[in-house]
Ligand binder design. Structure first.
Ligand SMILES: *Cc1c(COP(=O)(O)O)cnc(C)c1O
Length: 400
């Protein structure tokens, strides 16, 4: 089966399945030994489950799922899912089938929805791995229904209705048509009707009201089907919504789900870099590539073993929204010069020399430097900071 670019879809599929088997072999594994680590990523699973429970306890009717796509926003799919499962979370959303397979292999009892939908011809694969597709188009619904009919099954699926975001999902007219389409609905179990808000991070935005109203109109046509609309921000802003399932992601991981108010969540992630060297830089000398930073007076600079290959965005060093800084020896120290691939420099002139030494840790983000603050310096959002965290860190999972 050749696609428009002339690729043989089946060949590509089998190639990627073969590669999958040894996909750890092409990557240097991070060391287990913190003393040898370039960076240390401390993931506080207690803070994670506190955040999940906080949202769960607020909801008047909704059960609370967890969105764990993109390796649980960079924090590690399996440890995150384990901790949430132990806390009572039973439903998970991933983006890709492979993420779902990894999760099901580990937690076979989990209910796993795959947000990116049903790839052409892969209904059997979803069936085999007990994955629940989020059907995003009429074509996907027909394909799922046909597979079920052919095999005399009635497997569950979610249907995603687009209520204004224009990303994935049936449009409102298709959703109305589906409600009257006995022939299709008979063939599979519609286990969830869902939609997604474009502007939940700004609860006052009028788009929220419009999307909610349209979704309410559509779900009334599917009276016995459980529904889901809320991401993190919506679950926190409107906990009284009478839906069956909330789908928070970022709030679990400590990012601020709102763009217009303080963060109600506990921080989960602390990233440390190691001080490799402290050096004197004379007035007029420069630091780093491009000699973009020049010392206005004699300075002391600490070189940290972490760079853009680790997800420390190169653009934070010349942030107009800065100055961006780290937290080291109990004080803030601003970045100077360009971020390199594996290294970054910070000005520690204000810190007493005796309180700095090689091998110390500097907090890149954590309790003193918020993930949202770091994101702000980089001109992005916490989601991108977390999902850009590199593979080289020693990841420590703690629970306090
Ligand atoms: C990513 C995603 C979520 C979670 O959003 P957060 O803002 O991280 O809470 C929920 N629903 C859908 C459809 C998503 O793609």
């Amino acid at each position: 089966m050749l696609d428009r670019k002339g690729h043989d879809a089946r060949l590509l599929a089998s190639a990627s399945r073969a590669q999958r088997r040894d996909r750890t072999s092409w990557q240097t594994s991070p060391t287990e030994d913190p003393a040898l680590a370039g960076g240390i990523l401390d993931i506080n699973l207690k803070a994670l489950t506190d955040n999940w429970r906080h949202i769960r306890d607020m909801q008047s009717t909704a059960r609370v799922a967890a969105v764990v796509k993109a390796n649980a926003y960079g924090l590690g799919l399996l440890p995150v899912a384990d901790a949430l499962w132990a806390e009572g979370c039973r439903s998970f959303f991933v983006a890709l089938p492979q993420e779902g397979e990894d999760l099901k292999a580990h937690l076979p009892q989990a209910e796993v929805y795959v947000l990116s939908g049903l790839p052409r011809g892969e209904a059997g694969h979803f069936h085999e791995h007990d994955l629940i597709p989020v059907l995003n188009s009429w074509e996907e619904i027909e394909e799922w229904a046909a597979y079920n009919a052919r095999h005399e099954l009635r497997l569950p699926a979610a249907v995603h209705v687009d209520t204004g975001m224009n990303r994935l999902g049936l449009d409102a007219d298709e959703a109305r048509r589906l409600a009257g389409h006995e022939g299709l609905l008979r063939n599979f179990r519609l286990s969830l009707l869902m939609s997604h808000l474009a502007c939940a991070d700004m609860p006052g935005h009028e788009m929220n009201r419009r999307q909610k109203a349209l979704f309410d109109e559509i779900r009334a046509l599917f009276p016995s089907v459980p529904t889901s609309l809320a991401n993190s921000a919506a679950a926190l802003a409107w906990p009284d919504w009478d839906h069956e399932l909330a789908r928070p992601g970022i709030a679990l991981y400590g990012g601020n789900p709102f763009s217009d108010r303080p963060n109600p969540m506990r921080p989960v992630v602390t990233l440390y870099a190691t001080v490799l060297q402290v050096r004197e830089v004379k007035r007029g000398e420069s630091v780093g590539y491009g000699a973009t930073w020049k010392a206005k007076e004699d300075s002391r600079i600490a070189i940290l073993g972490l760079g853009y290959a680790d997800g420390l965005f190169r653009c934070i060093a010349d942030a107009r929204s800065g100055p961006a800084h780290v937290y080291v020896a109990g004080q803030f120290a601003p970045y100077v010069g360009r971020i390199s691939m594996d290294l970054a420099a910070v000005d520690v002139s204000a810190i007493p020399p005796q309180s700095l030494e090689r091998g110390m840790r500097a907090e890149i983000m954590g309790p003193h430097v918020g993930v949202d603050e770091l994101a702000h310096w980089a001109g992005t959002i916490s989601y991108e900071i977390l999902t850009s965290l590199g593979p080289r860190f020693t990841r420590l999972y703690t629970a306090s």
